[in-house]
Each structure stands twice: as structure tokens, then as C-alpha cells.
Design a protein around this ligand. Structure first.
Ligand code: ATP
Ligand code: MG
Length: 729
């Protein structure tokens, strides 16, 4: 197809390359050297051999294209005058150039051998549906929808799919019978094939067929059989069958479900199965589901299913991806109840973590666990509280059946199509291991971040406990010293004649002994502190693990690449009718290596995950002891201060009694003689002053202790805390 001559040049326009070539047309890319603009020019290659009918058809395509204006239909442009044809020749069709190539090229990529990724399928289906609905609204039927006639264009950093080639399009008003079809038959609706009357539902069949192929990597109904056999067999399908294939005995089997594996999550898979049942109905009248409020049902369903928010949850222990559609105001509780129903993990034992390691807020809906579909594979993680996560027996996924067969018997040569399918599933298996591993690494990251979050709250509590315990101990020392001082003072006052205070003093001494019991809190705190230091060491060790920095498993990625390359070679050779691999040995070797690497890597990763979860569990188990101990310290401090105050009050009472005694004596005798307490009122005033001083001191000391405690909290090092990642929910 490539021209080996010098590239043509006309004015500022240079011929770049041939984009494609079909029955009559050839599409050539031209570039304007001045402006850098491109134009794709479709011209008729075989004008002389064309019948009048074909000439009309050609002119009609150009005519229709120029009247259309839709984001998902390739835009017609004005033909640059220097490139235009002469009078009498068939007109050229100038189009915007879509640099992403056509969908066939995408489907041919070996990594897409079992279908496209979910995100790409969503975009494609939305765009093509929009284009088809638009054409039908303009009373135009495309009639030749197939991967070759869907091109890709990058627009605002997004791939936009566009329909081209309206060469077989018909305007409905021009009559409804077609007898002149010369296109690819594989995507044609059965009634077109049989030259029956047809309507716009022929495009539904082709669209459904294309989407099925994008999901699975192959066409739905016994591909590769000649049209007559195809028609004879497929017409037997029941209403809801969406695929037909030959079983091992060579008998045609039908199914209402998609053949796995696919890259769709299970919710999306179920929606697409339902939708394909509408699109692939044999009966043209029933196809598409008829009209609902003036709009074809199939487009309505598609809009609804693409707008449903689906939460993806990785059940870590089982390495299993769960998905739940969020229907109206779905609460977090409802989501968790569904998880409980499905996995058997009790609501209270579920530890759901967002990618940031944060737990979802129970007051917000389940929506916070949802991320808009995108290139990135966004999931939340389900752990089981307090459990070692490695227990799941299903965590090592089995080989797909066709791959199992070639692994068991790598020497038996299979027919090319079967070999291609088995190898495609082998490629899928290898890439699935890469995806799974990457997800598990993400789950590890979330678990680690959650551990650090828990640890930071834990440390805050633990440090506060240590600090209030230190304060309690210094308060006790102070209390003791004051008590000692008061007792000594009492002894002096006693020799001065103070009496009647024995009872009070005995109480002081009893309290003094009682507070000794608080000393055991020191030991308790020390034990908890030690335990927590040991835990900190473990956490630091976990952060040093290679998994903490890993993003993927390079060995698995390498094996995936090799599998893709092998499959590519097989396809290339197959196209040329050559045979390069006599048996499955090279592919089986890769699959087995992948299996061994996967098993070993998962073993290590789950051990590491288990340690993280065990640490978090240990933190949670230690927390109540710390809370309890802190409460005991606070209570003890309260009691101590209370006892101190009581003693102060006792002294004040004594002073008051002494003062009253002194005054009454003074009043009755009019003299300054000593009271029965042996204290003059002057002296008692001094005692009052002393005590006031002491109370002030105690207050000041308590205040400074409090301040010191606050300062301790704010000086704590929080740098180990991970920066909070915003989870767009
Ligand atoms: P016909 O079936 O009418 O003879 P055809 O199949 O040869 O036409 P098209 O389908 O229009 O012609 O184009 C052929 C191929 O050229 C496409 O499959 C696609 O790969 C490429 N192509 C066509 N138009 C464009 C475009 N605007 N931008 C990029 N590639 C294009
Ligand atoms: Mg074409």
C-alpha cells in the first residue's frame, strides 16, 4: 500500500501516507507545510470501472458527510483547491484527520487479545451510541458499522471515537431494500445479508457485534464460518442468546452470557450482557427494545448503565475484586451489609480502607468509596479486623481452562484458532497477575497508612498518659513535703499549747499513707510504655520493607511483556499462513514462570500484610489499657489535690478557731494574753499569711505543671504522619 515514489506535493500540501484503502476508495493523509494542518482525503481509486449505481453511492457519501455535524462523526472539511479534482470526476471527501488510527488496529494489539479495558469500552460505547443515535435522528442508516469504520482522535487529552465511511449509508427515504452490498459481512445484520427489508435496527446488530468483540476479543456468533453456514446456525439462537460457539464435539452451543475472561468488573459485565441481549436479537423489530417515550430503549438503557456509580472493593484476604452498584443514596451501612451477605465477614469485623488509609466516615454515604471511572484502577480495600490477612484459599487465582489444557499437554498441536485463543488467555493470565499484584501493593500501602494513622492517635494518648503520670508523681512528692512540713509545724504548735487537733492530724497521716498506693501507677505506665516502644520498633521495621516502596513486581511485568510478544509473533505468522510455533512450549514456559513468581511474591506480600495488620491489632488491644490507666491517673490526681485542699481547709479551720478564741478572750479580758491555742491574734494572722502563701504556691505550681503538659503535647513530633491524601469523593 505504501508508495515508494517521491511523496507528491501540490502547492503547500505534501502527501504524508495512505491511511487506508477499501473497495473503491483510498484515504490519503496530506499535510500543509506552512500551517502544519492535516487533511484526510478520500478519493475514488477505480472510477473507470464503476457502475452508475456506484458513482451515485459515492457522490451520496460525500453529500451526506458534508451535511453532518457531530462530535462522534468524522467532520467533513473543504477540499483544499490545489488538491481538488477536475470537472466531471467523482468528488473528493476531505475529512479531519483522526491520528489514533481505527478500532481494528486497537483490537489487533496483542495486549487486547481478550478485549479492551473497562474504561476504554465505556468511552467507546458512549461515543458510538451517540453517533448512531444522531445518524438515525437524521434518518440515516450507516449499514457498515465495524471496527475499521471507527477511528480514534485525541481531543482534550481524551480519546474520542468517531464514525467514518458512510459509503453504504442510506437515507431512509430513498427506499429500504438493499441488493448491492459489497462490504465485510461479519458485522452485517442477518436481514441485510438475506436482502430482506431492513430499518435502522441493522445498525444495532452491527454495533452490538462490535461491542461484544471489544469486550471479549472475538465476534459473538461462530466467527470464521462461511455466510451460509453462519445464517443456518445462528438463526437457531433463542431471543436472549448473545453468543454461539462450537463445543469440543463440534456442536454449536449458545449462551446468554459473555464468555470470560474479560476486563469488565462483574457489575458492568452483567449490565452489558443485558444490553447485548437487546442489540443482538435476530428479529429486527424486537432488536433495540423498541421505543420508550419516543427514544429507542437500547440508548436509554445504555445511558442509565453508564451513569451508575460502581464501587470496587478488593477483598484483600481472598485477592478478590467485589463490585457494588450504588443505587440512590446508598448508605455505607447498606454497602457493608451487602459485603457481609456476600463474604460472611460480619459488619463489625470489616475494616474498610480508602486508598489514603483513612476509614470511610460512617455518617457519609457509600459514595465516598466511589471514584469516577478513569485510566487508573481505583479501589477501596476490605480487611478483616484483627485477623491475619493471608488466610484466603482463593488468593492464588487458577489458570483459565484453555491455558490449563496447554500446560498439561504442551506438545499437542491445536487448530490455529484454538491455539490463538489459548495463548490469548495465557496473555490475559499473565497480565491479570500484574494487575492483581499492583492492587495488592496498593492495599499494603493503605494498610500501612492506616497503621500510621492509628499509631499517631495511639502515641498521642500514650504520651499524654506518661506525662500526666509524671505530674502525678511530682505532685505526690510535693504533697508529702507539705504534709511533712504541716506535721512538723503541728509538733511545734503543740509544744506551744495547741491541742484538740489530734483527730485531724491522724486523718492527715492516714491520707499520707493512702496516697502511696498511687505509686503502682508508675509501674503500670512503665510497662505500657515499654510495650509501645517495642511496637514502634516493629512499625519502623515494617516501613523499611521493600513492599513499602514497591509499585509493581518487575519480574511479573517482564513475563507479561514476553507473553504479549509471543502472542504477537503467533498472530503475525498466522496472518501469513506460516507456522512458527510447532507446539505451546514457549508460552507454557512463560505461564509456569509467572505462576511460580506469583505464588512466591504473594506469599511474601501476604506475610508482610499480616504483620501490618497484626501491629494494628496490637495497637487496638493496647489502647483500652492506656485509656484505663490514664483515667486512673486523672482520678488519683484529683483525689490528691482534694486531700491537699482538705488539709489546707483543716489548717484554716484550726486558725479560725484559734483566732476566734483569741478575740473572745481579748473581748472578755480586754487584754492581749495568749489564747487557749497558745496563739496570739497577731501570730494567728501570720499563720494565715503563711497559709495564703502556700495556697498561692500550690496554685502556681499546678498551673505551671498544666502548661508544661500542654507544651509537651504540642512539641511532639508528628512528622512520621503521612500527608493526608485527598480522596475525591
Ligand atoms: P469504502 O468502503 O467506501 O470503499 P473504505 O473502507 O476504503 O471505503 P474508509 O473506511 O472511509 O474507506 O477508510 C479506510 C480506512 O482509512 C479506515 O479504515 C481508516 O483506517 C482510515 N481512515 C479513513 N478516514 C480517516 C480519517 N479521517 N482519519 C484517519 N484515518 C482514516
Ligand atoms: Mg471502511
Amino acid at each position: 500500500m505504501m508508495a515508494f515514489t517521491q511523496p507528491s506535493k501540490r502547492g503547500q500540501w505534501v502527501e504524508e501516507k495512505v491511511l487506508g484503502s477499501g473497495g473503491f476508495g483510498q484515504v490519503v493523509l496530506w499535510k500543509n507545510e506552512e500551517t502544519g494542518n492535516f487533511v484526510a482525503l478520500k478519493k475514488c481509486r477505480v472510477q473507470s470501472e464503476m457502475t452508475q449505481k456506484h458513482r451515485e453511492r459515492w457522490t451520496l457519501e460525500v453529500d451526506i458527510m458534508q451535511r453532518l455535524n457531530h462530535r462522534n462523526v468524522v467532520a467533513a472539511k473543504d477540499v483544499p483547491p490545489v488538491l481538488n479534482v477536475g470537472v466531471g470526476e467523482l468528488p473528493l471527501l476531505a475529512m479531519e484527520y483522526c491520528s489514533g488510527g481505527d478500532l481494528r488496529r486497537v483490537l489487533n494489539k496483542p495486549e487486547n487479545c481478550v478485549g479492551l479495558r473497562e474504561f476504554d469500552i465505556r468511552c467507546l460505547v458512549k461515543d458510538v451510541a451517540s453517533a448512531v443515535e444522531y445518524l438515525h435522528s437524521k434518518r440515516i442508516i450507516h449499514r457498515d458499522l465495524k471496527p475499521e469504520n471507527i477511528v480514534l482522535q485525541m481531543q482534550e487529552e481524551q480519546i474520542v471515537y468517531k464514525l467514518i465511511d458512510l459509503g453504504y449509508a442510506k437515507e431512509l427515504d430513498q427506499g429500504s431494500v438493499c441488493t448491492s452490498f459489497v462490504g465485510t459481512l461479519q458485522y452485517l445484520a442477518p436481514e441485510l445479508f438475506a436482502s430482506q427489508k431492513y430499518t435502522c435496527t441493522v445498525d444495532y446488530w452491527s454495533f452490538g457485534t462490535v461491542v461484544f468483540e471489544c469486550i471479549t476479543g472475538f465476534r459473538p456468533f461462530i466467527p470464521q464460518v462461511p455466510p451460509v453456514t453462519w445464517h443456518r446456525e445462528v438463526c437457531k439462537k433463542s431471543l436472549d442468546d448473545i453468543t454461539a460457539f462450537y463445543n469440543a464435539e463440534g456442536v454449536v452451543k449458545f449462551s446468554k452470557k459473555l464468555i470470560t475472561p474479560t476486563h469488565l468488573c462483574r457489575s458492568m459485565q452483567a449490565y452489558f450482557e443485558q444490553w447485548l441481549r437487546y442489540m443482538l436479537k435476530w428479529d429486527p423489530k424486537a432488536r433495540g427494545g423498541g421505543l420508550s417515550e419516543g427514544r429507542p430503549q437500547c440508548f436509554k438503557i445504555l445511558d442509565t448503565m453508564l451513569s451508575i456509580k460502581i464501587v470496587h472493593i478488593l477483598y484483600v484476604a481472598n485477592n478478590q475484586l467485589l463490585s457494588y452498584p450504588l443505587l440512590d443514596n446508598y448508605s455505607l451501612q447498606a454497602l457493608q451489609q451487602n459485603i457481609e451477605k456476600e463474604t460472611g465477614i460480619k459488619f463489625r469485623d470489616q475494616d474498610i480502607l480508602l486508598a489514603s488509609g483513612a476509614s470511610p466516615d460512617p455518617n457519609l454515604g457509600a459514595q465516598q468509596c466511589w471514584n469516577p471511572p478513569g485510566e487508573e484502577d481505583w479501589v477501596v480495600f476490605l480487611f478483616v479486623k484483627g485477623e491475619n490477612q493471608g488466610g484466603g484459599s482463593q488468593r492464588n487465582k487458577p489458570l483459565p481452562p484453555n491455558v490449563q489444557n496447554i500446560v498439561k499437554d504442551s506438545k499437542t498441536v491445536l487448530p490455529y484458532n484454538e491455539q490463538k485463543r489459548a495463548w490469548a488467555e495465557a496473555v490475559y493470565f499473565c497480565s491479570q497477575q500484574v494487575v492483581d499484584f499492583r492492587r495488592l501493593i496498593q492495599s499494603q500501602r493503605a494498610a500501612m497508612l492506616s497503621l500510621l494513622r492509628t499509631n499517631s492517635s495511639f502515641l498521642k494518648m500514650k504520651n499524654s498518659m506518661v506525662s500526666i503520670c509524671d505530674h502525678l508523681l511530682s505532685k505526690m512528692v510535693y504533697f508529702k513535703e507539705c504534709l511533712q512540713h504541716d506535721l512538723e509545724m503541728y509538733e511545734i504548735q503543740k509544744s506551744n499549747g495547741v491541742h484538740n487537733a489530734e483527730k485531724v492530724v491522724a486523718k492527715w497521716m492516714r491520707v499520707g499513707e493512702e496516697i502511696e498506693v498511687h505509686r503502682n501507677l508508675k509501674e503500670k505506665v512503665a510497662k505500657l510504655d515499654q510495650h509501645s516502644i517495642a511496637l514502634q520498633t516493629k512499625i519502623i521495621e515494617l516501613q523499611k520493607s521493600p513492599f513499602a516502596r514497591a509499585k509493581q513486581n518487575e519480574v511479573l511485568e517482564e513475563l507479561e511483556k514476553k507473553a504479549v510478544a509471543l502472542y504477537h509473533d503467533l498472530r503475525q505468522a498466522g496472518k501469513g499462513g506460516r507456522e512458527i510455533y510447532k507446539d505451546h512450549t514457549p508460552m507454557v514456559q512463560i505461564v509456569v514462570k509467572c505462576l511460580i513468581t506469583r505464588d512466591k511474591s504473594l506469599q511474601d506480600l501476604y506475610t508482610h500484610l499480616g504483620k501490618i495488620c497484626a501491629c494494628k491489632h496490637e495497637l487496638f488491644q493496647l489502647l483500652p489499657s492506656i485509656q484505663q490507666c490514664s483515667k486512673q491517673i486523672t482520678d488519683a490526681t484529683g483525689k490528691l489535690l482534694q486531700s491537699h485542699k482538705e488539709r489546707q481547709s483543716d489548717i484554716w479551720n484550726l486558725v479560725q478557731m484559734a483566732a476566734q478564741n483569741g478575740i473572745s478572750r481579748q473581748d472578755s479580758k480586754g487584754s492581749n494574753s495568749a489564747s487557749s491555742w497558745g496563739v496570739s491574734s497577731l501570730e494567728s494572722m501570720k499563720v494565715c499569711d503563711d497559709n495564703r502563701e502556700t495556697v498561692k504556691k500550690v496554685d502556681g505550681m499546678i498551673r505551671s505543671l498544666m502548661e508544661e503538659q500542654d507544651e509537651n503535647m504540642s512539641m511532639m513530633d508528628w512528622s512520621f504522619l503521612p500527608p493526608l491524601k485527598n480522596n475525591s469523593s
